[in-house]
Design a protein around this ligand. Structure first.
Ligand code: AMP
Length: 437
């Protein structure tokens, strides 16, 4: 199938050709015509499927080609894209710029961790598309520095993650402030009962599109587990990185752990940077930019910081720690094997993580090759024949902490704490505070 058949105008087709995309991905082929027909869409698509272009292309077509605003009209924003994290917001705006370069798209990102004034200035000058995280957008709504009364299209990107991060009250607040006559597009890797309830309340007969089974990973990814004693993990990681200098994203469970590991890698002469919620927005942006342009070869990240990172053709992901929640494995691995490229997902698994590995295998419904690395064989072999889940877990004070280990870290200024705390509050039945981004 070719992009020419989707109903997009030459200016957008030119931007697609500039990217050297030869054909639409399944979610693009399914969603673009439906969005162009003006329907609400609820799409099940995870990161790496090309979902950003699936909503950005028809959105640009609608705003700039089919229904351009009159030159004299006020420049109130016409489209709002809500994302769970700052990084994802920045990347979505990058896509808006990339695909919208021949139609003169005007957009702004609105997220916390950076000053409000440049955002206010941009809104005052006039933009068509606002890409925002919920917390900071609400700040602007309260200060009346953003006017959402002319929004025609709303996109909820990675809606499941926004709910996971405790943004439901904020999302409802934003949704209630928008015109009811609008088009709503919801993208989510999974569809929980909460997401369906949100769609029933705020969408009009959405067309449902499902392109990949939930909880599946790209077939182009090779998974490999290296069993290893916990105390030998760092040396094994150095060994693997030393043997193969490919660009690598390394996942760590905690912010402290990722900082420590990045420092140790740096000390060993490997160019590494860490990205997590305790870093300032500038540090996060710089680390990501340096990783993307190859200045830094290894990026060490926590789950929430890495959510939605769009790094073209990332060849390898290494799980230094397995995630505490099996679904996060799918999200982590979503960063490699994108758009048909080959990817490698390596996990360093200690005896204490057997239960987590069982959970992951159960979720993926597939075996993962287990290969000990010579010189790093663990004292005890991994046992995976027990029941899925419920295996030995690292010590944690209670079940909620076991699921969200970053909650055990010292208090910092990152959105990760806000999200983790909020989630625990919800579990205890308490009233959630407004989450900040
Ligand atoms: P996303 O799922 O939106 O994060 O996109 C994943 C990656 O796929 C991004 O790096 C895009 O640049 C790339 N991509 C999007 N659409 C296509 C396409 N039709 N052909 C090839 N690559 C694409």
């Amino acid at each position: 199938m070719s992009f020419d058949t989707l109903g997009l105008s030459p200016a957008l087709l030119r931007a697609i050709a500039d990217q050297q995309y030869t054909e639409p991905t399944p979610v693009q082929a399914a969603a673009v015509p439906v969005v162009l027909a003006g329907r609400d869409v609820m799409a099940g698509a995870q990161t790496g499927t090309g979902k950003t272009a699936a909503f950005t292309l028809p959105l640009l077509e609608q705003l700039y080609v089919r229904n351009p605003r009159a030159a004299a009209a006020t420049r109130k924003p016409r489209a709002l894209i809500l994302t769970p994290t700052r990084e994802l917001a920045a990347q979505v705006q990058e896509s808006v710029r990339t695909y919208g370069k021949h139609v003169g798209a005007k957009s702004v990102t609105i997220f916390g961790g950076v000053g409000m004034n440049p955002q206010i200035d941009a809104l005052r000058r006039g933009v068509d598309i606002v890409v925002a995280t919920p917390g900071r957008l609400i700040d602007h709504m309260q200060q009346r520095t953003v006017d959402l009364s002319a929004i025609e299209v709303l996109v909820l990107d990675e809606a499941d993650r926004m709910l996971d991060m405790g943004f439901l009250p904020s999302m409802k607040r934003v949704l209630s402030a928008l015109p009811t006559r609008r088009q709503t597009l919801l993208f989510s890797a999974t569809f929980s009962a909460e997401i369906k309830a949100l769609a029933a309340q705020f969408m009009r007969e959405p067309e449902e599109i499902q392109v990949a089974k939930p909880n599946s990973v790209a077939t182009t990814v090779t998974h490999r587990v290296h069993p290893v004693d916990a105390e030998a993990k760092r040396d094994l990681l150095l060994h693997l990185l030393g043997a193969d200098a490919r660009q690598t994203l390394v996942f760590c469970r905690t912010k402290h752990g990722s900082d420590k590991l990045a420092k140790q890698l740096d000390k060993a002469g490997l160019r590494a940077a860490a990205i997590h919620g305790n870093k300032s927005q500038n540090q996060r942006t710089r680390a990501l930019a340096e990783f993307k342009n190859g200045k830094v070869g290894i990026l060490v990240a926590t789950d929430i910081a890495a959510r939605g990172l769009d790094i073209d053709q990332l060849p390898r992901v290494i799980n230094f720690d397995l995630p505490m929640v099996a679904e996060d494995y799918v999200h982590r691995i979503g960063r490699t094997g994108r758009a048909g490229a080959e990817g490698l997902a390596v996990s360093l698994v200690s005896h204490a993580e057997e239960g987590l590995l069982r959970d992951i295998r159960k979720l993926l419904k597939q075996d993962i090759a287990i290969e000990a690395v010579s010189g790093f064989e663990p004292a005890r072999a991994l046992r995976l024949d027990g029941p899925g889940g419920g295996g030995p877990r690292p010590p944690a004070r209670n079940a909620a902490q076991a699921r969200r280990p970053h909650a055990q870290q010292p208090r910092g200024n990152g959105g990760e704490h806000a999200a983790g705390n909020q989630k625990r509050r919800r579990r205890r039945g308490g009233r959630p505070a407004t989450a900040r981004t």
